[in-house]
Design a protein. Structure first.
Length: 918
RNA sequence: GGGCGAUUAGCUCAGUUGGGAGAGCGCCGCACUCACAUUGCGGAGGUCACUGGUUCGAGACCGGUAUCGCCCACCA
């Protein structure tokens, strides 16, 4: 092995081999385990959130694959209707062309081309992350068979009356020219104004004052509403207003939607342009005056003066005109929530159009039940509340989009406007007995992207065909995703899965947090704080990073600030850390459900961890060059590390089962670094390098080194697959294994390694001994290399036995020159002291140690012990404690008091000795 | 307006049924021929946001307060 760990040299080579060998495909044996990937947007690139999520899924996948499950991680991508169409439109615009200019067919063709170019990028990035997805099953939401599934679902829902077409108010994006679902509209609070207008009574004897944040909509008013119990206006209900500028007579109606406390208690009602007013309009049978066209400019149903004006121009004009008429009472600053399209960022308008809807209640009920009954479990459990909240007040889902990129709605119209829904035009004619000369036109619209996403868990398995994959891998085991798409995606998959695939789509939903930057900010292009996972893997120089962060900004004026912040945070660019270090970082940060600040310090530390593992393996290899025929004899140290490994295996299993990758990573880190490297490798040296050790003992150590390393590699593999594979390949022959890859070996089981509490206690004694010496050394500034003589006072029989047994370890690892056991009345020279149980470790000073420093050191220990003692005695003096606490706890406290007292006595004695010196 | 989450070392975060607060990074000191300076050894550093309560005992359980964050919602 090379002296240093260099991820660049190994990762891509290893991945290529895994993939070529087809090892990511399900084994076909064992209980099925399946995760479907949340399909990334085909035009996108892998961001930190993906990398995080993919790390979790890959770790779970590899863990279960190694555990003998028939494991499938299903890959694929989403066509992402609006997002993709926008990207390609922007390209066309840059070429001086447009979607309209090239026409629908050519445009869609162009998007397909772009998909081919762009889709490869995510695949490449997934490969760099080490994702063990089964590429042979790669799917795209617009593949023929997946599209067929979409059509089938649509037709079935329509036939059942669960999809309907209707003219109602929708959220209309006047720039993208499409309807949006409620979820795609973000409510943002923004400063604005509240205008107060006087509406004259038709009778000419007075007026009412109404307030609005959208004056232009008054052109579509069809009533003024007051509260039924509002005495101020009770005698006006039923009378009429003469709507200014329009001249229309509109009624004054009573409706308890109106809050009499707010403003004047009078509300203008615009049924065609406000969701509340729409409802009021229905209740009072008011006409709906649509005054906008699809650009949200004023249409021809408004007075001529306003026709063709953009909504905001019209707003100014309406206000000015009303003011000129003396009807503007006042304008006040007002913060209001503004609805904006999540893609375009434009203010959307409630707009009357024909759209397709899913009647959602009948689908939602069983989906709620599935979570209530525990057939689906959220991890952490808390998210089920969020799910229930939304599901209980869910509204019908607008699924039609006025786009060109997506699944075309399988509905056809004849010249009379009759609607026919079926899989194809031919199927329509067949089903409805329509002759070939009856003209049919297919609906122009496409479906919401999330409609096909909702089918993903079964459409990728070949549904509606009853395929083997569907039988085996549906329902999936777990869905790994972010909380931000619980409504968009998770809920809808549950509804559609129950409806069409006959069962829940997955048993568990593991919700992870959002990756934020080091300051807790959301990563976004416009903030210029985005990190590219590949830049963390490969490294990137400052100039390239600056360019990536500032090119193509929507708001170019932010460029200097982004540059400055980037230069400050990454003066040298970003180092190369490798995919394993990145993955370990994600795993270590994957605490359940909360957002994660990505801290570069962590990834650096975990690269060091990889290097540590690498070098530990080198040590093992160096010491196991030659095969020996001797029968291995295990030492206490050998049995100790095996027992510790056993505990680590138990912990890792436990943590994986609860999705606590952070704790699994922590346990593995601790074992690898602080037990295997810090102690066991050191403890093995005296045996392997000493002439007096027998060949059997050496062989025991060699076997242990190899056994533990090999098992550790398997244990670590789900999190750091590359480095473990590389080392494993170079380790397997020494262990006598034939396997082709660590990823195909069994995951370590508890009983692979024996428990041994006696060995654990013994080696703990050795460690305490050495730590005591080291503490003296460290605090007295004695060089680590200097061997020290040690005297023991109060050594009991066990201490003596252990000393006998492990003297060589103490000498070598603790750098102890000699150990001398003092008899009870032997006088010791002035010494520095450490305690090991009741035994005192004395290091004679002989000019090495400063008396004052030692006095200070002991003084500090004494103070701490006294404080602890006082606390414990106090507790035991409390009769409530003694009477109520469990006997075991009381006993523990009593033991503690005795220990403290003995130790205090010893330290006091030692301090006296020092005093007598000076 | 409703709901959820967070608050623990300088920073980023663990802390699983209540029984003497931990890690990584950073900081200070000592040590480079012997797997690893991407290292080793030692050390300093915490009123567990505040406040009541339950309990023999609370970082953890219950009530309240403060600050920060997120989600949902039709007040013109």
């Amino acid at each position: 092995m090379e002296k240093s760990y260099r991820p660049r040299d190994i990762e891509q080579r290893i991945y290529r081999r895994w993939e070529e060998q087809g090892w990511f495909a399900p084994s076909g044996e064992g209980e099925p385990y399946c995760i479907v990937i949340p399909p990334p947007n085909v035009t996108g690139t892998l961001h930190m959130g993906h990398a995080f999520q993919d790390t979790i899924m890959d770790a779970l996948t590899r863990y279960h694959r190694m555990s003998g499950r028939n494991t499938l991680w299903q890959p694929g991508m989403d066509h992402a209707g609006i997002a993709t169409q926008m990207v390609v439109e922007r390209q066309l615009n840059a070429e001086g062309s447009s979607r309209i200019a090239v026409g629908r067919e050519a445009f869609v063709e162009r998007v397909w081309q772009w998909k081919e170019e762009s889709g490869g990028q995510i695949s490449r990035q997934l490969r760099r992350m080490g994702a063990s997805v089964d590429w042979s099953r790669d799917r795209f939401t617009m593949d023929d068979d997946l599209s067929a599934a979409v059509t089938r679902v649509f037709v079935d829902l329509y036939d059942e009356g669960l999809i309907y077409r209707g003219k109602r108010l929708v959220n209309w994006d006047p720039v993208l020219h499409t309807a949006l679902s409620d979820l795609e509209v973000l409510q943002e609070e923004e400063p604005g104004q509240l205008w107060h207008f006087r509406y004259p009574l038709a009778s000419g004897d007075g007026h009412l004052t109404v307030a609005t944040t959208r004056p232009e909509t008054m052109l579509g008013d069809s009533a003024v509403a007051v509260h039924p119990d509002d005495e101020r206006y009770s005698d006006l209900v039923g009378r009429e207003i003469e709507l200014p500028l329009v001249g229309r007579r509109i009624p004054i109606v009573a409706d308890d939607y109106v809050d009499p406390e707010f403003g004047t208690g009078c509300v203008k009602i615009t049924p065609a342009h406000d969701f509340n007013d729409y409802e009021v309009g229905l209740r009072h049978d008011l006409p709906q005056y649509n005054i906008f066209d699809h650009n949200a400019a004023i249409n021809d149903s408004a007075p001529e003066a306003y026709r063709g004006l953009d909504r905001y121009v019209a707003r100014d004009r309406v206000v000015a005109d009303l003011e000129a008429l003396g009807l503007l009472e006042k304008v006040e600053d007002y913060r209001r929530t503004v609805p904006r399209g999540d893609r375009s960022g434009e203010i959307v308008e409630p707009y009357l159009t024909d759209q397709w809807y899913v009647k959602i209640r009948p689908l939602a009920e069983p989906a709620i039940e599935a979570v209530e009954s525990g057939r689906i479990r959220f991890v952490p459990e808390n998210w089920s509340k969020t799910y229930f909240d939304w599901m209980h007040k869910i509204q019908d889902w607008c699924i039609s989009r006025q786009l060109w990129w997506g699944h075309r709605i399988p509905a056809w119209y004849d010249d009379d406007g009759n609607i026919y829904v079926a899989e194809s035009e031919a199927a329509v004619r067949d089903r409805h007995g329509l002759a070939a000369d009856v003209r049919l036109e297919q609906d122009e619209d496409v479906l919401d992207t999330w409609f096909s996403s909702a089918l993903w868990p079964f459409s990728t398995m070949g549904w509606p065909e009853q395929t083997a994959a569907l039988k085996t891998f549906y329902p999936g085991s777990v869905l790994v995703t972010g909380f931000d798409i619980i409504f968009f995606w998770v809920a809808r998959m549950i509804m559609m899965g129950l409806k069409f695939a006959g069962d829940v789509p997955f048993r568990e939903v593991y919700i992870h947090g959002l990756i934020r930057d080091q300051d807790g900010q959301k990563m976004s292009k416009s903030k210029g704080n985005v990190l590219d996972p590949l830049d963390l893997i490969d490294g990137v120089d400052l100039e390239t990073l600056l360019d990536k962060r500032t090119r193509g900004l929507m708001q170019p004026h932010l460029k200097p600030a982004i540059e400055k912040a980037t230069r400050k945070q990454f003066p040298q660019g970003i180092d190369e850390y490798g995919a394993d270090a990145l993955r370990f970082t994600f795993a270590a940060l994957a605490t359940t459900g909360r957002d994660i600040r990505f801290d570069l310090g962590r990834i650096e530390g975990y690269k060091h961890f990889c290097n540590k593992l690498w070098n530990a393996a080198r040590y093992v290899h160096m010491n196991t060059e030659y095969a020996s025929t001797a029968t291995p004899e295990l030492s206490d140290a050998d049995r100790w590390i095996r027992a510790r490994l056993r505990r680590t295996i138990a912990a890792v299993h436990e943590h994986f089962s609860r999705y606590r990758l952070d704790l699994a990573a922590q346990a593995l880190y601790d074992f690898t670094w602080h037990e295997f490297c810090d102690w066991y490798l050191e403890l093995s040296k005296p045996v392997l390098q000493a002439h007096e050790a027998s060949e059997e003992q050496k062989e025991g150590a060699r076997h242990t080194l190899l056994d533990v390393l090999e098992a550790l590699l398997r244990l670590l593999h789900p999190i750091v697959p590359f480095i473990t594979e590389e080392i494993w390949q170079q380790t397997k022959l020494r262990v006598g294994l034939e396997g082709e890859s660590v990823m195909l070996r069994p995951f370590p089981q508890l009983d692979d390694f024996a428990a041994d509490e006696a060995a654990e206690q013994d080696i703990d004694w050795v460690r305490e001994f050495i730590l005591g010496i080291r503490r003296i050394r460290g605090e007295m500034d004695i060089p680590p290399g200097k061997a020290l003589p040690v005297l023991l006072r109060n050594a009991d029989v066990d201490d003596r036995k252990r000393l006998e047994r492990h003297g060589a370890l103490l000498a070598r690892v603790g750098r102890v020159e000699s150990v001398c056991v003092l008899a009870g009345d032997d006088e010791a020279p002035p010494s520095a002291t450490a305690l090991l149980g009741d035994m005192q470790l004395l290091v004679p000073m002989r000019g090495l140690i400063d008396v004052d420093a030692e006095r200070a050191r002991l003084g500090k220990q004494r103070d701490k012990l006294s404080a602890d003692l006082a606390k414990s005695e106090n507790k035991l003096g409390n009769s409530n404690f003694v009477n109520n606490a469990p006997a075991e706890v009381v006993r523990q406290e009593q033991t503690r008091v005795q220990d403290f007292k003995r130790q205090l006595a010893q330290i006091g004695e030692q301090l006296e000795r020092l005093d007598s010196l000076s």
